[in-house]
Design a protein around this ligand. Structure first.
Ligand code: HMG
Ligand code: MG
Length: 307
C-alpha cells in the first residue's frame, strides 16, 4: 500500500455545500458554520463565492459573510471568483486566496459561467495576473473532469490541456473535479499520471462528488497515485446548480475517517467537524449524507441512552 504520511483537506461545506441548498441559509448561520469549521484544524475553508447573485442567489451575501467570519490564525478562507468583477469584490472584501473555475466540458462551461473554455481562460489570465500582482494565492478548478451532465464526452487529454493552461497562467494549485460524481478509480488511475507528467503532484487536489457512491473509492485511488490534497464537505453537502443531478461532495467526516484509520495524518479533529455539521443540519431541511457523520452521531446517541 503506497500512502502519504499526511494529507490536506479543503473544506467545501460553506461554498459548494450551501450553493446547492434550495433554502437560503441566513448570513448569521453561515458565519456560525464557518466559525465552527475554523475550530477543527482545517487550514483551508472555502468561505463563499463572489459570483453573480443572479446565478447563485444562495451566496448573494458573500461580502457580508466574508467580512463577519472570525478569521483564525493559520487558516485560509478561499473565495470563488468567476471574472474581473468577482475579483474586485473579493479584493475589496480582503480575500487573500481566490479560486477560479473552468471545466473540461464545453457544454458545462457555457451553462455554468456563460463562456467557452477559451473565453474563460482569457478572462482568468487577466484575473490571475492581477491577483498575483496583489500577492494572493490562486487555485484553478477544472470541473467535469470525469464526465459531463450534458452528454458530451470528456477525454482525459482535455482535462490535462485545461489544467496545464491554468498552471501556466500562474495558478498556484489545481483542483480537478468530478462535478457530477460519475468517476471511478480506473479513471483516476488513468488521469492522475497524465496530469503528474505535466504538473507537480503536490499542486494537484482532487474534488470528488459522491452522486453514485464512488467518491471515497476515488479518494483512495488518488492517494495511491500520490495525491495528498482533497476537497470535501462537512456532512457531505454540495453540488452545482448548473450540473443537473449533481449531489454532495464526499463528506469531510468520511475522508477523515478513511485517512486517519489508515494512518494518514490531517491535523483535523473529526469530532469538531461533526459539531459544525450538527449545527448546519439543524438549519437545513434534510438529513446529512456523510456516512461517518451518521455513524458517529448514532453511536453517541446510543451511548447517551446507555445502550
Ligand atoms: P453573465 O450573465 O454572462 O455575466 O454571467 P455578465 O458579465 O454579462 O453580467 C451580467 C450581470 O451580472 C451584470 O449585472 C453584471 O454586473 C453581473 P446587471 O448589469 O445585469 O445588473 N455580474 C456580477 N455580479 C456580481 N459578481 C460577479 C458578477 N459578474 C457579473 N462576479 C457569470 C457570467 C460568470 C457572472 C455567471 O454565469 C456566474 O456568476 N456563474 C457562476 C456559476 C457558479 O457559481 N456555479 C457554481 C460554482 S462552480 C462549481 O460548483 C464546481 C466546483 O465545485 C468544482 C466541481 O465540482 O467540479 C468548483
Ligand atoms: Mg464541486
Amino acid at each position: 500500500m503506497k500512502l502519504p504520511k499526511t494529507a490536506t483537506l479543503w473544506e467545501m461545506g460553506a461554498r459548494d455545500g450551501l450553493q446547492n441548498e434550495h433554502a437560503i441559509v441566513s448570513a448569521d448561520d453561515k458565519v456560525r458554520y464557518i466559525d465552527l469549521l475554523s475550530q477543527t484544524g482545517l487550514r483551508w475553508i472555502e468561505a463563499t463565492s463572489f459570483v453573480s447573485p443572479k446565478a447563485i442567489p444562495q451566496l448573494a451575501d458573500a461580502a457580508d459573510v466574508f467580512a463577519r467570519i472570525a478569521k483564525a490564525p493559520g487558516v485560509r478562507y478561499p473565495v470563488l471568483v468567476p471574472n474581473t468583477k468577482g475579483y474586485e469584490r473579493a479584493k475589496e472584501g480582503g480575500a487573500d486566496t481566490i479560486a477560479m473555475f473552468t471545466a473540461a466540458s464545453e457544454a458545462f462551461t457555457k451553462r455554468n459561467i456563460n463562456m467557452t473554455i477559451e473565453e474563460s481562460i482569457a478572462v482568468f489570465a487577466d484575473v490571475v495576473r492581477a491577483a498575483k500582482a496583489d500577492g494572493l494565492y490562486v487555485r484553478g478548478y477544472v470541473s467535469t473532469a470525469f464526465g459531463s451532465p450534458f452528454g458530451d464526452v470528456v477525454r482525459p487529454q482535455a482535462v490535462v490541456d485545461v489544467s496545464v493552461r491554468l498552471m501556466e497562467m500562474g495558478c498556484d494549485e489545481l483542483s480537478v473535479g468530478d462535478t457530477i460524481g460519475v468517476g471511478v478509480p480506473s479513471q483516476v488511475d488513468e488521469l492522475v499520471p497524465m496530469l503528474a507528467a505535466k504538473i507537480p503532484l503536490e499542486r494537484i487536489a482532487m474534488h470528488f462528488h459522491d452522486t453514485r457512491g464512488t467518491a471515497l473509492a476515488n479518494v483512495y485511488a488518488a492517494l495511491q497515485n500520490g495525491i495528498s490534497m482533497f476537497d470535501a464537505s462537512a456532512g457531505g453537502l454540495g453540488g452545482c446548480p448548473y450540473a443537473p443531478g449533481a449531489t454532495g461532495n464526499v463528506g469531510t467526516e468520511d475522508v477523515l475517517y478513511l485517512l486517519h484509520s489508515m494512518g494518514v495524518d490531517t491535523g483535523v479533529d473529526l469530532a469538531r467537524v461533526r459539531a459544525a455539521s450538527r449545527f448546519i443540519a439543524g438549519v437545513l431541511d434534510h438529513a446529512l449524507t456523510s456516512k461517518a457523520y451518521q455513524a458517529f452521531e448514532a453511536a453517541d446517541a446510543r451511548s447517551a441512552a446507555g445502550l
